[in-house]
Write a protein of this length. Structure first.
Length: 353
């Protein structure tokens, strides 16, 4: 039997004093009168089905009348802080249409559907239990990916904006086969770059349901972007393959498209492009990334066994002693970023960084 890439449930890690100072400096910290545990006190729930009457693994939760008024007010206040300046003058124009709870996965988030009653526009945001490794993942995504990311956190509760797109598993199942040849080639290019970005920043568990595919209409054709939506497995697992989306069986249809549409030279070219772009982002981030890494170096974000396995596996590919000498996941990230800055054109190591 083939060994599972991820064998154990990842524990939650608390926010350190130093990380909280970083979050406050960059306006990520929030002070609210409701927390994740408050939302767990629902009095009932019903299963949420999709348009094909299949169980979505989400349940719609309900609260007593005495709790619901306070919960709605606080959730609307969180929304205004996440997307605006926290001004409560707009609260009468907002309505909490639904609160859903996910029974699947590690973070067990609440999904909040909020609607502007003046024009019926709606969006979602998520309330989760605070986890330091997830916060690092969100911040790395904001700094190093092509996308800005809205989130807020305190010691107990993490709030994330909704990332729109077609879930990867749904895209593979319902849309991929209908794409034209040129669209598949473009998807293959984006997947190579996405795969490379995840490896360099050690973002793990990018199975198909943990990222979205975003179609963008550009003049007379459609281009596609791939974006991570789950950051739970940031720098935790010991197997290097966990940080390489290509090794998850759920992604095999996309890997097949890559093999069909791209030759070896093209794959190397796109990997170099992504490494060079990420290297520039590291430089342009200024003190922010250095500040974050300096804090991460002193944080415990994994087990000693996972750290030992991962740094040795990376060392085998790079022969860079900085990896083998790393004493924490933060030091390993520092080594990976330093290596990327120095070696982004080194195609002989294209299977790793």
């Amino acid at each position: 039997m083939k060994e599972k890439l991820i064998s154990k449930k990842k524990p939650f890690f608390s926010i350190s004093k130093e990380l909280s100072l970083f979050l406050k400096k960059y306006d990520r910290w929030m002070d609210i009168s409701i927390c994740y545990d408050d939302l767990l006190r629902f009095s009932g729930s019903v299963t949420v089905y999709d348009k094909n009457d299949e169980d979505t693994l989400w349940v719609r939760v309900y609260y007593s009348d005495s709790d619901r008024e306070e919960i709605d007010f606080n959730l609307k206040t969180i929304y205004t802080s996440l997307h605006s300046d926290g001004n409560i003058s707009s609260l009468p124009d907002l309505n909490i249409d639904a609160i859903d709870y996910c029974t699947f996965g590690n973070s067990k988030p609440f999904r909040i559907k909020i609607r502007n009653i003046l024009n019926d526009n709606f969006t979602y945001f998520y309330v989760k239990k605070t986890d330091a490794s997830r916060v690092y993942g969100l911040e790395f995504e904001h700094i190093l990916s092509p996308y800005n990311l809205n989130y807020m956190v305190n010691s107990d509760t993490l709030v994330e904006e909704h990332i729109s797109g077609i879930p990867g598993d749904i895209f593979i199942k319902d849309y991929l086969s209908d794409c034209t040849s040129s669209e598949k080639a473009q998807i293959a290019k984006e997947y190579v770059k996405f795969n490379e970005r995840c490896m360099i920043r050690l973002l793990g568990d990018m199975r198909a349901y943990n990222y979205v595919v975003i179609p963008i209409h550009d003049f007379d054709h459609v281009i596609y972007r791939i974006r991570a939506i789950d950051f739970d497995q940031q720098s935790f697992e010991g197997k290097l393959s966990v940080y390489r989306p290509q090794f998850f069986k759920e992604n095999h249809p996309l890997i097949k498209v890559v093999k069909e549409k791209l030759n070896h030279e093209s794959i190397i070219q796109y990997k170099i492009e992504e490494r060079s772009i990420l290297s520039r982002r590291l430089i342009n981030s200024g003190n922010r990334i250095d500040f974050l890494i300096s804090i991460m170096k002193n944080d415990v974000l994994s087990t000693a066994e996972n750290l030992e396995q991962l740094k040795n596996e990376i060392f085998v590919f790079t022969n860079d002693p900085a990896f083998k000498e790393s004493q924490s996941m933060g030091e390993l990230m520092q080594a990976a970023f330093d290596y990327t800055r120095k070696n982004y054109e080194n195609v002989s190591l294209s299977d790793l960084l």
